[in-house]
Design a protein around this ligand. Structure first.
Ligand SMILES: Cc1cc2nc3c(=O)[nH]c(=O)nc-3n(C[C@H](O)[C@H](O)[C@H](O)COP(=O)(O)OP(=O)(O)OC[C@H]3O[C@@H](n4cnc5c(N)ncnc54)[C@H](O)[C@@H]3O)c2cc1C
Length: 374
């Protein structure tokens, strides 16, 4: 059985960030990822700029990404609010972004196995990890970066797995020249909302979140789009005048925003495996990257300082996770419930339209401070 200093389960942005960071500090790291790179993922593809200085230090090239400085928010009826984004963001496809992280991880000496993890056991200060194809590896440290919903949540008997997960995510790329410059649009429809922004190639990414109660009345994406999504005039224009570039949209079901624990069974959970923020905030990727950084920094201490015990590592990670992300998750939940409640969203729009400072301050609540370098 091959032994590593750290095994990362899941090679999305959280897992790859931790792996690159650890690889750059010469740790022996393995990432086990079930899918190959590059591939498309359901995501709004808006990355908050707070993580850019850190990504620069990690050596991730992003100069071609679309610059995003403005927000357009619309109600189902098409009432529009425009605001400058206090921090701003970049637009880049997950197809390109995850692949760049992967290539950088390889350069940093990280090893990869493309397989599905099916078992994790911890005893005598060591994890033993098995995969579907019968590989077995061991390591004193395991990072759980397996995303918002994985068979591993069930295996580890994580409580959120049995709770309702009533959201559906749908994404497609569209050629649409009328999308306003440097802008991310967040447009509501009955039971959901969609994000619209440009990616590095100039193509528009359209990604939405819909509550299953509304979606199940139609049962298929085409009918749902034309009957519900297109009630919003901005989305109607995008879907009727734009040219879809995927043969059919990508979708994922059973999305939940339930609270999760940052450490379970001694595994440090990173990214969505520790908690998913409402996509409305445009901050899930930044949080995934940030949590990967926190985990990697503390793991370096654990591996290098004999007095920094496993108990210290887990405690410090829990504390850091809570102080960085709990408040943002809370604000994300509140904002999403306001946006999806038609009468409240009208009052909200009235309030936000009358005060730029309020809008800016609420946006800031869902984001973190700029992440410093390594
Ligand atoms: C509809 C929607 C829109 C969004 N829009 C935005 C946005 O615009 N901006 C933003 O910042 N965030 C957005 N997010 C959130 C963002 O996509 C996530 O927060 C981010 O991708 C989390 O990264 P991650 O690494 O934790 O998970 P992921 O990127 O999901 O990676 C997890 C990885 O684990 C792998 N895996 C799972 N199980 C196993 C296993 N058993 N063995 C091996 N590998 C496994 C998976 O294949 C996957 O590659 C959106 C989310 C949704 C649902």
């Amino acid at each position: 059985m091959k032994n590593y200093e750290v095994v990362v389960i899941g090679g999305g942005l959280a897992g790859l960030t931790a792996a690159i960071h650890l690889g750059m500090t010469k740790k022996k790291v393995l990432v086990i990822e079930k899918n190959n790179y590059p591939s498309h993922k359901v995501c709004g593809e808006y990355v908050s700029v707070e993580v850019l200085p850190y990504l620069n230090k990690l050596g991730i090239e992003l100069s071609d990404a679309a610059e995003i400085k403005k927000l357009q928010l619309s109600t189902v009826a098409g009432r529009l609010l425009s605001a400058e984004l206090p921090l701003g963001g970049i637009g880049i496809s997950r197809y390109a972004l995850d692949f760049r992280f992967y290539n950088r991880a390889i350069q940093a000496g990280v090893e990869f196995i493309f397989d599905t993890v099916t078992e994790i056991a911890f005893s005598d200060n060591c994890f033993k990890i098995n995969t579907q194809l019968g590989r077995q590896v061991s390591s004193p440290i395991a990072i759980g970066a397996f995303g918002k919903r994985s068979s591993l949540d069930k295996l580890l008997k994580r409580p959120h797995f049995d709770r309702p997960a009533p959201w559906l995510g749908v994404k497609t790329h569209i050629r649409f020249n009328k999308h306003p410059v440097n802008t991310v649009g967040v447009h509501a429809f009955r039971g959901g909302y969609g994000g619209v922004s440009k990616t590095e190639s100039g193509i528009v990414n359209f990604c939405y979140l819909a509550h299953y109660n509304e979606f199940k009345k139609f049962g298929n994406i085409d009918d749902f789009n034309s009957e519900v999504v297109c009630e919003n005039p901005f989305l109607s224009e995008l879907l009727t005048k734009g040219e879809p570039l995927f043969s059919k949209p990508l979708s994922i079901a059973q999305i939940s925003f339930e609270n999760k624990k940052a450490v379970e069974h001694h595994i440090l959970m990173c990214g969505d495996a520790a908690g998913l923020i409402h996509p409305l905030c445009g901050n899930g990727m930044a949080m995934a990257i940030h949590s990967g950084k926190i985990a990697a920094t503390l793991i370096c201490r654990y591996l290098e300082e004999p007095s920094f015990s496993r108990a210290n590592l887990e405690k410090e990670y829990r504390i850091a996770w809570k102080s960085q992300f709990s408040g943002r998750l809370w604000w994300g939940r509140k904002l999403q419930s306001l946006l999806l409640n038609p009468s409240l969203s009208n009052s909200l729009f009235h309030l936000f339209s009358s005060s730029r400072r309020l809008t800016t301050s609420v946006i800031r609540k869902t984001h973190g401070k700029t992440l410093e370098a390594l």
